[in-house]
Ligand binder design. Structure first.
Ligand code: GDP
Length: 367
C-alpha cells in the first residue's frame, strides 16, 4: 500500500490495485521518485485526457466548486442514453452559470433523423428536468460533426470566462476534449492539470487565452445501466459503434421480442403494428409467441438468447416486468444503455422486463 504517496500532477492518492480507479500507477513504476498517475502520464506524454469514474459523493463535491466560479458550463450527454447520462443533481451545484447542452454520439442516429425536432426535444427535456440551457448542440466526437458550431457557441457564451466540461462517464467527454485539444494547435505544451485545494483530483486545464481556460472535470458513474451486469465482451456487442439501422417487427398482440437475453418486450394488447427497435446492429432480436416466451427463455438464456453470453449468465439479474399503456402519440420505450423501441399505435399495452436496477422509461419519440 502507498497511502501517503500523491500524484505530482493532480494530487490524487496513488494506488496500484485498480487501473480503472483514480490514481492508478502500475506497481512496477512505483519506485520512481516523481510519481504521476496514469491519467496525468497520458496527458503529459500523449496530450490525451482519460476519464476516471468517481463516486457520487466525491464527484458532487468537486462539481460544487464550479458553482463558486463565474464560468460557462458545457454539459455533455449521450444521445443514445439521454436520461441515463443526464445528471439531474448537477444544475443545483453549478450555480447561476450559463449552461450549453451538448448531445454527443449523434453519428449513431439514423441519417434521416430530423435534427431540428431532436433539438427541440432536448430543450424541452432539459427544461422538464429543471435545467435552463442557453442552447443545444448535436456533436459526434468520433467524426467531428457539429464541432464548428459548438466551438463558436462556447466562444460566444463564455464571454471571456472559463469553461467547465461536465458529464457522466462514457458520454464521450474524453474524446470530446481530446478533439478540442488536437484542434487547438500550438497549445499542446500548455495543457496542465490544476490541483484544486481541498479536492482529490486536479481539473485538466486547457488554456483558451491569456486569462481563461477550459477545464475537464471527472465523470460521475452513470448508474442503472445494463452494462454493469455484462462482461466486457458483451458490452462490446451491445455498444453501437456506427449508425443504427432500426429493425422493424410487425407484431400482433400476444407476441414477444427478446433483446438478446437481456430484456423482453411483451405485446399484451393493441392492434397489429410496427415495433421499431433501435439497438446496436450486433444485437439479435428474437420474436416468439408470448405463451412460449417463458420456456424459450429458460431453455436458451445465454445461448440463442445472448448477450449475456453463457459464461456470464450467473451474474445477470432476474428480469422484472413493468407495464406501459400508450395511446396516440409516437412513444419511445427506453431501456437505459441498451436502446429503445418506438410505438405508434392507439390503446396499446406492453410489458417490458429488464433487471430490477435498470429502470425502463417512456418519452415522446425522438425520431
Ligand atoms: P468519457 O468516459 O465520457 O470520457 O467517454 P470516452 O471519451 O472514453 O468515450 C466512451 C466511449 O464512447 C468510447 O468507446 C468512445 O469511443 C465512444 N465515443 C465517444 N464519442 C463518441 C461519438 O461521438 N460517437 C460514437 N459512436 N462513439 C463515441
Amino acid at each position: 500500500k502507498n497511502e501517503n504517496v500523491t500524484c505530482q500532477g493532480c494530487g490524487v492518492t496513488i494506488q496500484s490495485n485498480d487501473k480503472n480507479q483514480p490514481g492508478f500507477v502500475p506497481a512496477s513504476a512505483l519506485s520512481n521518485d516523481e510519481v504521476i498517475c496514469q491519467r496525468c502520464f497520458r496527458l503529459k506524454h500523449y496530450n490525451e485526457v482519460q476519464d476516471v469514474p468517481y463516486t457520487d459523493h466525491d464527484f458532487l463535491q468537486l462539481i460544487s466548486q464550479i458553482g463558486e466560479t463565474n464560468s460557462l458550463i458545457v454539459k455533455l450527454v449521450d444521445i443514445f442514453d439521454f436520461s441515463g447520462s443526464f445528471i439531474k443533481s448537477l444544475h443545483r451545484l453549478t450555480g447561476n452559470n450559463k449552461v450549453i447542452l451538448v448531445a454527443n454520439k449523434v453519428d449513431l442516429l439514423p441519417k434521416s433523423t430530423n435534427r431540428g425536432k431532436l433539438i427541440q426535444w432536448l430543450k424541452k427535456s432539459a427544461a422538464d428536468l429543471g435545467l435552463t440551457v442557453q442552447d443545444v448542440y448535436l456533436t459526434s466526437a468520433k467524426t467531428g460533426q457539429g464541432f464548428d458550431r459548438v466551438k463558436e457557441a462556447i466562444e460566444h457564451h463564455r464571454d471571456g470566462e472559463d469553461v467547465y466540461v461536465v458529464g457522466s462517464t462514457n458520454v464521450g467527454k474524453s474524446t470530446f476534449i481530446n478533439y478540442l485539444i488536437n484542434e487547438s494547435t500550438g497549445l499542446k505544451e500548455a495543457i496542465t492539470t490544476s490541483y484544486f485545494p481541498g479536492t482529490t483530483l486536479g481539473f485538466i486545464d486547457i488554456p483558451l487565452d491569456e486569462t481563461s481556460s477550459l477545464y475537464d472535470t471527472p465523470g460521475v458513474i452513470n448508474r442503472g445501466q445494463i452494462t454493469h451486469y455484462l462482461s466486457n465482451e458483451d458490452i462490446k456487442t451491445i455498444t453501437p459503434t456506427k449508425e443504427i439501422k432500426p429493425q422493424v417487427f410487425q407484431l400482433n398482440s400476444g407476441q414477444t421480442l427478446f433483446i438478446g437475453g437481456m430484456a423482453r418486450i411483451d405485446f399484451i394488447k393493441g392492434d397489429r403494428q410496427p415495433f421499431v427497435c433501435y439497438f446496436s446492429n450486433q444485437i439479435t432480436i428474437h420474436r416468439t409467441k408470448l405463451e412460449k416466451a417463458d420456456q424459450l427463455y429458460s431453455d436458451h438464456f445465454g445461448e440463442l438468447l445472448s448477450p449475456p453470453s453463457a459464461s456470464s449468465v450467473d451474474e445477470y439479474p432476474p428480469l422484472k416486468e413493468k407495464t406501459f399503456k400508450i395511446s396516440g402519440d409516437k412513444t419511445d420505450i427506453v431501456l437505459p444503455g441498451l436502446g429503445w423501441v418506438t410505438l405508434t399505435g392507439d390503446d396499446v399495452t406492453v410489458s417490458i422486463a429488464t433487471p430490477d436496477n435498470v429502470p425502463v422509461s417512456r418519452r415522446s419519440a425522438i425520431i
